[in-house]
Design a protein around this ligand. Structure first.
Ligand code: DC
Length: 224
């Protein structure tokens, strides 16, 4: 079974997707990490993230690999042999990743890679365009939403735990900007697939969201 989990930045996609994958024993594929890895490499090389040509050139020279860890949901990401798992979460990468992921040729190459990774496997894949573009035939599609204030609080906690000192107002502004770029870009913008189940996570715990998704999986297994 393929499970697609899409939604706004900070709606809880990766936390929830990892737990669902662990419970089911499925492979977890974090597509945001792929766009982040490319953005990291662009910045690290001193290339201009605003220049599509040099971003695409960087992508062609990039050897991106996912190394699954002991559990199904833990993984390391390497770019050209260097472990960048932590570095791709840096706020500077967050600032430019929406721009880098808005280019058509970049998306085309990434989508092909994601489809290859998911081919013939039981997977939980999270991102922005999984239900609409990457896995349009996924058996279960989930769209996670939450208020911008709640998403910003979660993101702030995550970043604070990693030692980054930001204000709530700054995180809200950054999220709004990312939501705007992600949902208005020309190529496969963030939107809910018609057949996706929307879950508003604002007032739900992580466990509650995971339980709802597992219930939907069980329902599909017995009824479809
Ligand atoms: O899920 P995340 O915050 O790690 O994603 C980082 C960025 O990557 C996000 O702002 C938009 C982009 N992205 C995308 O365009 N398509 C995806 N399938 C996943 C992420």
């Amino acid at each position: 079974m393929q499970i697609a989990i899409d939604g706004l930045a900070g709606a809880g996609k990766s936390t929830v997707a990892k737990l669902v994958a662990e419970k089911l024993g499925y492979l977890y594929i974090d597509t945001g990490a792929m766009y982040r890895a490319l953005t990291y490499l662009v910045l690290q090389k001193g290339a201009d993230p605003g220049d599509e040509e040099s971003v695409f050139h960087t992508l062609r020279g990039m050897d991106l690999q996912f190394h699954p860890g002991a559990g199904t949901s833990s993984y390391r990401v390497t770019v050209n042999g260097v472990d960048v798992t932590e570095r791709i979460r840096h706020p500077d990468v967050g600032k430019f990743v929406s721009l880098v992921s808005s280019y058509g040729r970049v998306r085309e190459a990434m989508v092909a890679l994601q489809q290859e990774l998911a081919e013939g496997r039981n997977v939980v894949m999270d991102g922005r365009d999984i239900g609409t573009t990457v896995l349009p035939n996924a058996e279960l599609k989930i769209f996670l939403s939450a208020s911008v204030e709640e998403r910003a609080r979660r993101r702030l906690n995550e970043l604070a735990a990693k030692g980054y000192d930001l204000t709530l107002a700054k995180v809200i502004a950054d999220l709004k900007q990312r939501d705007h770029i992600d949902s208005t870009r020309a190529v496969s913008p963030l939107r809910k697939a018609e057949d996706a189940v929307e879950i508003d996570t604002t007032d739900l715990s992580i466990d509650q969201v995971v339980e709802r998704i597992l219930a939907l999986v069980a329902w599909r297994e017995t009824h479809v």
